[in-house]
Design a protein around this ligand. Structure first.
Ligand SMILES: Cc1cc2nc3c(=O)[nH]c(=O)nc-3n(C[C@H](O)[C@H](O)[C@H](O)COP(=O)(O)OP(=O)(O)OC[C@H]3O[C@@H](n4cnc5c(N)ncnc54)[C@H](O)[C@@H]3O)c2cc1C
Length: 390
């Protein structure tokens, strides 16, 4: 086994430091009992160890590939994503109203820690989908929520975050993708986005791109950027899939690691689809407030990427311990008849203990922050919500 979730440590932090008792008292989280949380985490541990961890190394050695705009993910990823979706893992955090499990972020954070420890390349797809779901929940219309959210939460459609362009990385005021109003509530998008995580892949029926773009005549800089939802395949009012939209993968990046995660260059408006020139999309929220909405996704992504640090540290610690138990070298400091496993040497133990202490400390910090996010969103007491937000 390449990864075994540290369930005892996780449950200790959830109960004793992050305060599951208090989180459970928040409206909507009553069902997050000790038994339920323990059972959810045990299932997640099993799924990640058995299904995703075995694909981690093979995914990195056999990256996603692209041919004529079609991305084929690493062997095993499609089936694993289907199992992930069928088991309800995309919905842990999201409202029951749209088909999710409605569990606290505290619990979802532990699930995400396991996902990222087991297979970070895979985990990036649900991570971006989570962010897109949060953005739609906050800024989408009721119709947009009804049409898009259930499929995303079910794991049938995935989400992306389209900010970056060749000239607009850290400085998003330079975004140039344009969205032309069609007079019927739709917009047509033209432009190029780069570095789009899971911007194209074969693991889901449809991909919903959340795209920053400018409407002609909008103010210069960050105050003139709007947010759009642009599906790979058009979606009707009942959530049925229709024509191929005009958004295309031009290439995927070669990276040092997370090779199984396709990071795509996307071209909007190449006139190659079934809808004419310009990718059809809908505005999310109000015009020119796109960056504000996108920050919902970016903040969700920032927290999730921070958790990746904990996950990778835990994975590295487990591998270091396994190696230190196996590698035999030098006699024991207290004397031995022959060489001993290096875990017996005090300095090796010290290094392992340091890794463990940093990992446990970072996990505790992250889970406490997740519990604060739960209180911030769900507490009916304004003072409690405000305190949790700081
Ligand atoms: C694996 C991967 C996945 C990604 N996924 C996505 C995605 O899904 N969607 C998406 O939209 N983007 C994605 N990105 C893009 C990412 O958001 C950008 O890389 C990031 O915004 C930085 O932009 P840049 O690479 O152009 O760097 P630059 O903006 O060119 O920055 C280069 C360096 O200069 C520094 N710098 C820039 N401006 C300043 C300043 N004013 N003061 C001090 N330092 C500064 C930066 O910190 C950095 O160190 C991804 C990137 C990677 C590597």
């Amino acid at each position: 086994m390449t990864y075994a979730a540290p369930l005892k440590d996780m449950l200790f932090v959830i109960r004793e430091l992050a305060g599951l008792d208090a989180v459970r008292k928040l409206p909507g989280f009553e069902e997050a009992t000790d038994d339920t949380v323990e059972a959810v985490l045990a299932e997640a541990a099993k799924f990640n160890a058995e299904v995703l961890a075995p694909l981690n190394r093979s995914g990195d050695l056999t990256p996603a590939t692209v041919k004529d705009g079609v991305v084929t993910t690493s062997p095993g990823f499609r089936d694993a994503f289907r199992l992930f979706a069928e088991s309800g893992w995309q919905g842990v955090l999201h409202p029951a109203e749209f088909g999710g499990q409605g569990l606290p972020k505290l619990v979802a954070t532990a699930c995400n820690e396991m996902l990222n420890s087991a297979n970070l390349s895979f985990a990036l797809c649900p991570l971006l989908t989570d962010g897109a779901i949060e953005a739609l929940l906050t800024a989408g219309t009721d119709v947009q929520k009804q049409v898009f959210l259930p499929k995303m939460i079910e794991g049938r459609w995935t989400g992306t975050m389209n900010l970056t362009e060749p000239q607009a990385g850290s400085d998003l005021s330079l975004v140039r993708t344009r969205a032309e109003p069609q007079g019927d509530g739709n917009y047509r998008l033209f432009g190029q986005k780069i570095f789009i995580t899971y911007g194209e892949h074969d693991m889901a029926e449809n991909i919903l791109h959340l795209v920053l773009a400018r409407i002609p005549g909008a103010p210069e800089g960050v105050k003139g950027i709007s947010l759009f939802i642009v599906p790979k395949y058009l979606v009707d009012a009942q959530g049925g899939i229709g024509k191929r939209n005009d958004v295309w993968c031009a290439s995927i990046e070669h990276k040092l690691g997370i090779n199984a995660s396709p990071t795509a260059v996307l071209v909007y408006g190449d006139d190659r689809g079934e809808v004419g020139a310009g990718a059809l999309g809908q505005l999310i929220g109000e015009e020119n407030r796109g960056l504000e909405y996108m920050f919902i996704m970016m903040n969700a992504a920032r927290f999730a990427v921070g958790m990746q640090g904990v996950s990778v540290a835990e994975g590295a610690y487990q591998k270091a311990v396994a190696y230190a138990r196996e590698r035999v070298q030098s006699r024991a400091v207290e004397g031995s008849s022959g060489p001993v496993p290096i875990i017996g040497h005090p300095d090796v133990r010290r290094m392992l203990m340091t890794m463990r202490a940093y990992t446990e400390g970072a996990r505790a910090l992250a889970y406490v922050a997740a519990a604060a996010a739960d209180a911030m969103h769900a507490s009916p007491e304004q003072a409690v919500a405000a305190a949790a937000a700081t």
